[in-house]
Design a protein around this ligand. Structure first.
Ligand SMILES: CC(C)(COP(=O)(O)OP(=O)(O)OC[C@H]1O[C@@H](n2cnc3c(N)ncnc32)[C@H](O)[C@@H]1OP(=O)(O)O)[C@@H](O)C(=O)NCCC(=O)NCCSC(=O)/C=C/c1ccc(O)c(O)c1
Ligand SMILES: O=C(O)CCC(=O)C(=O)O
Ligand SMILES: [Fe+2]
Length: 358
């Protein structure tokens, strides 16, 4: 049965429409539904309330105009230890590149469902390109109000052949123009761990592979009943996250049950430590839980670049970190096993990093 706005979500198959046929939550939003389909209603404990949000604190904002100032490296390491999240300004990535990839994200999600669905798990000719909705719909008790396109970078030629033309050039441009910033951030973070040089082995462990996701969070009926992205930490080493001017990203404060909002700052980029760097640093740098609320007024886009080890790398605490006799709290795990474990379970707030705990 074809859905219509007045129709109760019991009378038609929401999952078939949004997930299997590839209309996504964008398709649901475009129907002009007045109520949220029940499949998206999250348990009440997932609701973010005023009592759990703190407004008198926020993640650090670090000015990178002067990379060579040792104080900048100190600020980066301090933020990675105490918050696991920070924003960077004056980073050198041109504003046109940032605007370009946000615009390309909107362009891709504005395509008809049948075009987007050519890139779904079932239809895509390559595992490196995947269009989908929610996180892992088969494992989730309640779905998330988010569509995504996930692009694993293998090579320029492969991207030219396989990535959707609506967003390919802009996504590649953002990845390339952020390389310098990623390297500088890694150099600073390694200094703080007593690692003097990023040799070939470290280069692979820290930034051997990359994935860029284009996230689309359409305006939502009854946004307070659902989530954009549920509580999770990233499995990357570092994530370079571009958000637009809508807001809605919340980060957990270390060793507390409170959350802080990450306010959009024009031209800034959010940086967060992922599980792989928490493991490599033996817990010094923190991979922090975060989540995105749904929005009832506007469509939101975000573009994270997940900087990762290579899938074939074994990750464990770096020798330099353990040199002084510090006890390892993580064992070595194959990165592809770690990521598979992450993708198989829902965003349930359970720590993925427990997978690598000794
Ligand atoms: C990820 C793997 C291990 C997949 O291996 P492969 O053997 O090809 O398995 P697969 O059968 O394609 O996928 C396994 C399952 O994961 C799911 N999955 C795979 N890739 C993705 C993806 N990009 N997005 C969502 N689910 C995915 C699939 O749906 C599979 O489940 P099922 O549908 O079979 O039930 C491989 O591609 C790899 O090693 N990649 C390199 C490393 C890498 O990509 N790391 C990812 C860092 S991403 C990161 O840090 C955070 C991502 C994130 C966070 C919040 C979100 O809300 C979100 O959407 C995404
Ligand atoms: O949309 C955002 O601001 C964050 C998205 C996110 O956490 C992710 O894709 O891993
Ligand atoms: Fe994330």
């Amino acid at each position: 049965m074809a859905p219509s706005p007045s129709m109760d979500s019991k009378s038609w198959d929401v999952i078939s429409f949004a997930v299997d046929k590839g209309h996504g939550v964008k398709g649901l939003a475009d129907l002009g539904l007045e109520t949220l389909p029940k499949q998206y209603i999250q348990p009440p404990e997932e609701k973010i309330t005023n009592s759990t949000v703190v407004t008198d604190d926020s993640i650090p904002v670090i000015d990178l105009s002067n990379w060579t100032d040792p104080k900048v490296a100190e600020q980066i390491c301090h933020a990675a230890e105490k918050w696991g999240f920070f924003q960077i300004v004056n980073h050198g990535i041109p504003i046109e590149v940032l605007e370009g990839v946000k615009e390309a994200t909107r362009r891709f999600f504005d395509l008809p469902a049948e075009q987007k669905n050519k890139h779904s798990k079932d239809n895509s000719p390559t595992n490196n390109v995947r269009y989908g909705t929610s996180f892992t719909p088969k494992a989730e008790k309640a779905l998330e109000w988010k569509d995504f396109l996930s692009l694993f970078y293998a090579s320029d030629d492969e991207a030219a052949a396989q990535w959707p033309s609506a967003c390919r050039n802009e996504a590649l441009d953002f990845m390339k123009k952020s390389e310098f910033v990623i390297r500088r951030l890694m150099e600073a973070l390694m200094k703080g761990l007593n690692v003097k040089e990023i040799d070939g082995t470290k280069e692979s462990l820290l930034m051997g592979s990359k994935r860029i996701n284009l996230n689309y969070y359409p305006k939502c009926p009854e946004p307070e009943l659902t989530v954009g992205v549920g509580r999770h930490s990233d499995v990357s080493t570092l994530t370079i996250l571009l958000q637009d001017d809508i807001g809605g990203l919340y980060v957990k404060k270390l060793d507390s049950d409170s959350w802080v909002h990450v306010p959009p700052i024009n031209g800034a980029i959010v940086i967060n430590v992922g599980d792989a760097l928490q493991i490599l640093s033996n817990g010094r740098y923190k991979s922090i839980e975060h989540r995105v609320i749904a929005n009832g007024i506007k469509n939101r886009v975000s573009v994270p670049i997940f900087v990762n080890p290579r899938p074939s790398d074994a990750i464990g605490p770096l020798p330099e970190v353990l040199e002084g006799g510090e006890k390892p709290i993580y064992k070595k795990v194959l990165y592809s096993d770690y990521v598979k474990h992450f993708f198989r379970k829902a965003h349930d707030g359970k720590e993925t990093v427990d997978f690598a705990k000794i």
